[in-house]
Design a protein around this ligand. Sequence first.
Ligand code: FES
Length: 316
Amino acid sequence: MSTLLDVVVRDMRAQARDIVSIELAPAVAGTVLPSAEAGAHIDLHLPSGLVRQYSLTRPEARPATYTVAVGRDANSRGGSRWIHEQLRVGTRLRIGAPRNNFALDPAHRRVLLLAGGIGITPIYAMAQTCDAEARDWQLHACARSAARLPYQEELRALAGDRMTLHFDDVQGRPCDFRALLGRQRWDALYACGPAPMLAAVREAAAHWPAEAVRFELFQAPETPQATRRAFELVLARAETTTTVSQDESVLDALERLGIEHPCACREGICGSCEATLLEGQAEHCDMVLSPAERAANRRFMVCVSRCAGDRLVLDL
Ligand code: FES
């Protein structure tokens, strides 16, 4: 389990419609915050026990504070709604150290950044890194309206004519990603936004090499219940075998056995529940691993991923 840090909300401000930025400083003077690279996120541990992941807006080696942006989710189960309605300057919170499942590959020198709405947060951090490292980069940001896209002023100052904007209400239609991604002159595409937008991007970039298309999702798609099968789970170090039923996850099975295992999002997006796969073919349902990592069949997110066969052996 990663170490938790005590922080206090130093500043909160509206960045766009239903989007607030939150600046977090160490609660104890003299505490050094771990450095964060572009694409990193932190876990916010809310008083209700919920843990939510939010991307950092700045890549920084020795940050004095962290800043995240939080969009109010209309279907909030208490995370973003609590933050918007209850969180105040001066509130103390616990956070996890930054983790990065969406890192910029140093080999990618020509980079296309693509963001939708609140998905601009990690992309803004990436734009700062691309700029600082003199990479060849462009940013395309879209939102339903201008009022829903945060950090526009900062991005304009940073990106200048490297940035193009698309607002559905102005153009009268959603962005045409096929036109944008039809010709591939970039080493890689990094995209973050809501699931429907990323599905459209994935389709439009189908002709790109799989490793050149990197996504950060806010929510992993659900595996339909009907396609799930029960399987045998062997925990090599615990010397225990159990059956994971169609209705439960590997994480549920671990908890049923009284085995403590780190987890945060429980949705396959944060990477905190990773385990090492020793035997068996995984059915990867997370949004953390790249296509190459999935193919390597070694890393496994126990909260959502399942078994493509009858038996999995984990190094737990
Ligand atoms: S708990 Fe977040 S990926 Fe599993």
